[in-house]
Design a protein around this ligand. Structure first.
Ligand code: UDP
Ligand code: GAL
Ligand code: MN
Length: 324
């Protein structure tokens, strides 16, 4: 990449030099003009078409999507030719229905605009679902689910409900699926660059942390156990996706592992997120999304996160959750 740029840098200089040779400008001015043009080119290419400050590929050659690693016009036009539908699931039980309005309204501004999206919204109170105007080719189906007393159970039980949704309803309805937390908001584009066979999102707290910091489940008694020295990235449980087939296998496996833990009276430290991390260790994602695709607090930015696309909103856990 760099060598190519250096070569093009000199080629551009020669081209500009030749083009100016017929003009009645003094030599110094010509040289200056050519230098300015070359610097503009250099700046443009290095800023827009390469990222040297972050890894944009995993050791198993899966892309890691960061701003500056793709061209949205090109990637949109490729996918426009395919008639794809992205199923998107979100759960809002108990007091979490309060997050729906911002979630849906911001999604309609930024999430797969111009592509087919079908939201599947699971709630224990369908009457609390706000009436949000959806864009063209965007649909919403509300599904009633029973309430639960523990937030940990609500969170973990999503795996089972998603497994059944894919199995029973999505086969002829969608091509890809994303499963998202509802206590979130979109602030920037989330589009077709995120699509892949199996997609994980790097947790915003751990993208530049050493492996020993990762909050994997460390007790060997749990099915989510990852021994010290193993693991590639720490993935969030708040967003994942992929093809129906791959996400079905993921949700089924996590549901089975959670059930084994229940039978053994153990609950993984970060619930289904711990099982998801174990799954991704043995079933490597084919694409990773950078923490741009799940930031923690919109007001806190990092030099390498140049655009925040989707972020957890701040919430008072003690107030919104049914239990502590
Ligand atoms: N959730 C819910 N009602 C609850 C607790 C959780 O609907 O009372 C769902 C909701 O979709 C939420 C997800 O479970 O986004 C995960 O829980 P939470 O966001 O509290 O976990 P955190 O992201 O704070 O770890
Ligand atoms: C927190 C997050 C939890 C879990 C944890 C992992 O930021 O709220 O859901 O992901 O990090 O350490
Ligand atoms: Mn959340």
């Amino acid at each position: 990449m760099r060598l190519r740029h250096i070569f093009l840098f000199f080629l551009l200089g020669m081209f500009v030099g030749l083009s100016l040779s017929g003009c009645h400008l003094n030599a110094k001015l010509k040289w200056l003009l050519s230098l300015i043009l070359r610097l503009v080119y250099w700046g443009f290419t290095s800023i827009w078409f390469s990222r040297t400050d972050v890894a944009s590929v995993t050791p198993w050659l899966a892309p890691i999507v960061w701003e500056g690693t793709f061209d949205s016009t090109v990637i949109d036009s490729i996918h426009k030719q395919q008639n794809i539908t992205i199923a998107t699931t979100v759960f809002a039980l108990g007091k979490y229905t309060r997050f729906l309005k911002d979630f849906l309204e911001s999604a309609e501004e930024h999430y797969f605009v111009g592509f087919h999206v079908h939201y599947y919204l699971f709630t224990d109170q369908p009457e609390e679902v706000p009436n949000v105007k959806l864009g063209e080719e965007h649909y919403l189906t509300v599904k009633k689910v029973p309430s639960m007393n523990r937030w940990q159970d609500i969170s973990m039980n999503r795996m089972k409900i998603l497994e059944k949704l894919i199995e029973n309803e999505l086969a002829s309805e969608a091509d890809y699926i994303f499963c998202l937390d509802v206590d979130t908001k979109f602030y920037g584009r989330w589009g077709v660059e995120s699509l892949g066979r199996l997609v994980g999102v790097i947790h915003p707290w751990f993208f530049d942390a050493p492996r020993f910091i990762f909050t994997y489940e460390r007790r060997p008694e749990s099915q989510a156990y990852i021994p010290a020295g193993e693991g590639d990235y720490y993935y969030t449980g708040a967003a994942f996706g992929g093809s129906l087939k791959d996400v079905h296998h993921l949700t089924k496996t996590c549901r089975e592992q959670i059930n084994i833990d229940i039978a053994n009276s153990i609950e993984a430290i970060w619930h289904e997120e711990s099982h998801l991390n174990k799954y991704f260790l043995h079933n490597k994602p084919s694409k990773l999304l950078s923490p741009e695709y799940l930031w923690r607090d919109i007001s806190m930015s990092s030099g390498r996160v140049k655009i925040i696309r989707f972020s957890h909103v701040s919430k008072n856990n003690a107030e919104v959750r049914p239990n502590l």
